[in-house]
Design a binder for this molecule. Structure first.
Ligand SMILES: Cc1cc2nc3c(=O)[nH]c(=O)nc-3n(C[C@H](O)[C@H](O)[C@H](O)COP(=O)(O)OP(=O)(O)OC[C@H]3O[C@@H](n4cnc5c(N)ncnc54)[C@H](O)[C@@H]3O)c2cc1C
Length: 463
C-alpha cells in the first residue's frame, strides 16, 4: 500500500489511542474528529474524572468562588471515543504497537499520542509527607482536599516553594484572611521563572499582602503531633514555624516512568519529539506512529536556537495537541511545525501577570513601560543581543507588541524610545536568574539544548 493509501485507510478505520485524558488529550481527540478521523479513538486516563481545567484549582477554587468538581473543561465538539478512565497505562510495546494497562488489558494502536503531563513533586521525606495536613496541588482531588481544610480555618498555612503555584496558593489564602508563611530556597518568589529583578517585585507584593515571606531558607523537617497531624515546620536558619496546613509546592515531575524499557526517548525531562510532535526513540530516531503533546513533551523551537523546550503552559498544551492531531493524519509534506510562542498567565495578590517568550533564557532585563516601584510594568528580557521574552504586571494589553519583537528576533535593548521614559527604563539590568544547577521550585520553562554556550537546566533529584 502506498503512503497516501495507508493514510486514507488510517482516517477511515485506523485505531488512535491517546494516553493522558486531560487538556492536551481532549483537545487532540476533538481535533482528530474535527479533521474527519472516522476510525476508533480510545482515551486512557489514570484519574477517574472527565477532563477538567487545572488553572482554577489554585485560583477560583481556593478562593471559594467555585468547587473542584465544577472545573470540567468545556467541550468544543462531541468526541465519539472509548474512555478508559481511572486506569493508568503501565507499559508500551513499540514493536507490537500496544499499550499495556494496569488492569491487565492491552490496547492496540496504529497511532499513539502521549499526553501524560506532569505530577506534583512530593515532599521528599515520606513519613513527613504522610502527616495529616500536608498537601500538594496538581489534581482536582488534591484541590478538593486542600479547599476543605482551608474552609475549616487553619491557624496558619505554610507554603513550601514560591513558584507560580505556591505564590497563587499564598495569595488565595491571604485573600481569605488566613495567616500564611511562605518558605523559598531562592532569593525571591518567582525567581526561577522571571529572575531576581522581577522576583523582588513579587516579594514586595507578598509582604504588602501580609505574607510572612522567608527567602534563602530551606525547610529541613516537618513535625507532627502525637495524633499524626502536622504541627510545625523547621527551617535551615534555625527557625520553627507553627502551622496546621502545609502545602508542598516544589514543582513537577514528568509522568514518563510507565515508558521505562519501551525504547522511547522518555526520561525525567519528558519525552523528546521533533517540531512536528513525533517522539524520538532512545537511539534518537524519530518514530512514525508515536506523537507527544503538552507538559510531558520536550520539543525544539526555531525561535529559541532549536533548544528543546519543556513548557508547563496551558496554551502550549492546546496548540501542541492540535498540531499533533493534524500531523497524525497528514502526509509528510502537509505536516505542520509546533511553533507556538510560549505564553503564560498568573493572577496573584490582585495583579495580573503574563509572560511571552522564554524570560528564563534572558540574561538582561529592561523595564520598558511603567515602573517596578508601582508594580505595574513591562520587563523585556534580552539574550545575546536580541529580545527573548517579556513579562507584564497589570500591563497585559501590550504583550502582543512584545511578542512580535520576539518573533522577529528584534535587537536588545529594544530599539524604540521607552514609552513611559522612567529612569529604570533606560538601562538594561542583570536579569539575575539563579544558578540553574541549584534547584528552586522549578521554572515553568525548562531549556535543555545542546550548545555548550547555552544556559542549561539540570535535573537534580531531591534527596
Ligand atoms: C494548580 C495549577 C494552576 C495552573 N495555572 C496555570 C496558569 O495560570 N496558566 C497556565 O498557562 N498554565 C497553568 N497551569 C498549567 C496547565 O494546567 C498545564 O499546562 C496543563 O494542564 C497541561 O495539560 P496536559 O494535558 O499536558 O497535562 P496534564 O493536565 O498534567 O494531564 C495529564 C493527564 O495524564 C494523566 N496520566 C499521567 N500518567 C498516566 C498514565 N500512565 N496513564 C494514564 N494517564 C496518565 C494524568 O493523571 C493527567 O490526568 C496550572 C497547573 C496547575 C496544576
Amino acid at each position: 500500500m502506498n503512503g497516501d493509501g495507508s493514510l486514507e485507510w488510517l482516517r477511515r478505520e485506523g485505531r488512535i489511542v491517546v494516553v493522558g485524558a486531560s487538556l492536551a488529550g481532549l483537545r487532540a481527540a476533538e481535533t482528530l474528529r474535527e479533521k474527519g478521523f472516522a476510525g476508533s479513538l480510545t482515551l486512557i486516563g489514570d484519574e477517574p474524572h472527565a477532563p477538567y481545567d487545572r488553572p482554577p484549582l489554585s485560583k477560583q477554587v481556593l478562593l471559594g468562588m467555585t468547587t473542584a468538581d465544577r472545573t470540567a473543561l468545556p467541550r468544543r465538539r462531541d468526541v465519539d471515543a472509548t474512555w478508559r478512565l481511572g486506569v493508568p497505562a503501565t507499559g508500551l510495546d513499540m514493536a507490537a504497537r500496544r499499550v499495556r494497562l494496569a488492569d491487565g488489558d492491552e490496547v492496540p494502536y496504529d497511532r499513539l499520542l502521549i499526553a501524560t503531563g506532569v505530577r506534583a513533586r512530593p515532599w521528599p521525606h515520606e513519613r513527613e509527607a504522610e502527616l495529616d495536613g500536608v498537601f500538594v496541588l496538581r489534581t482536582r482531588d488534591d484541590c478538593a482536599a486542600l479547599a476543605r481544610r482551608l474552609a475549616e480555618g487553619p491557624k496558619r498555612v505554610f507554603v513550601i516553594g514560591a513558584g507560580f503555584t505556591g505564590s497563587e496558593i499564598a495569595s488565595a489564602c491571604r485573600e481569605r484572611g488566613l495567616p500564611v508563611t511562605v518558605a523559598e530556597r531562592g532569593a525571591s518568589p518567582l525567581v526561577g521563572a522571571l529572575g531576581g529583578v522581577v522576583g523582588a517585585v513579587a516579594a514586595d507584593l507578598q509582604q504588602e499582602h501580609g505574607v510572612d515571606l522567608r527567602c534563602g531558607v530551606m525547610v529541613t523537617a516537618l513535625e507532627g503531633d502525637a495524633t499524626g497531624r502536622v504541627r510545625a515546620a523547621h527551617l535551615s536558619d534555625g527557625a520553627t514555624v507553627e502551622t496546621d496546613v502545609v502545602v508542598v509546592s516544589l514543582g513537577a515531575t514528568r509522568n514518563t516512568e510507565w515508558l521505562a524499557g519501551s525504547g522511547l526517548g522518555a526520561g525525567p525531562r519528558g519525552i523528546a519529539c521533533d517540531a512536528g510532535c513525533r517522539a524520538f526513540d532512545i537511539r534518537g530516531i524519530v518514530t512514525d506512529d508515536i506523537y507527544v503533546a503538552g507538559d510531558v513533551a520536550r520539543s525544539p523551537h526555531p525561535l529559541f536556537g532549536y533548544q528543546f523546550l519543556s513548557l508547563e503552559h496551558w496554551g502550549n498544551a492546546v496548540c501542541q495537541a492540535e498540531i499533533a492531531a493534524h500531523n497524525m493524519l497528514s502526509a509528510s509534506a502537509d505536516r505542520l511545525p509546533h511553533m507556538w510562542v510560549p505564553a503564560f498567565w498568573s493572577s496573584q495578590f490582585g495583579v495580573n501577570i503574563k509572560s511571552v517568550g522564554v524570560p528564563s533564557m534572558g540574561t538582561e532585563i529592561v523595564v520598558s513601560q511603567g515602573s517596578l516601584d508601582s508594580h505595574r510594568f513591562v520587563g523585556v528580557y534580552g539574550y545575546q543581543g536580541r529580545v527573548i521574552g517579556a513579562v507584564s504586571f497589570d500591563h497585559a494589553r501590550w504583550l502582543p507588541f512584545y511578542q512580535e519583537l520576539i518573533e522577529t528576533t528584534a535587537p536588545f535593548p529594544p530599539p524604540f524610545h521607552m514609552v513611559d521614559r522612567r529612569p529604570d527604563g533606560h538601562r538594561p539590568l542583570d536579569a539575575d536568574f539563579p544558578d540553574p544547577s541549584v534547584p528552586t521550585h522549578g521554572p515553568t520553562v525548562t531549556l535543555s539544548g545542546y550548545s555548550p554556550a547555552d544556559r542549561r537546566m539540570r535535573f537534580t533529584p531531591a534527596r
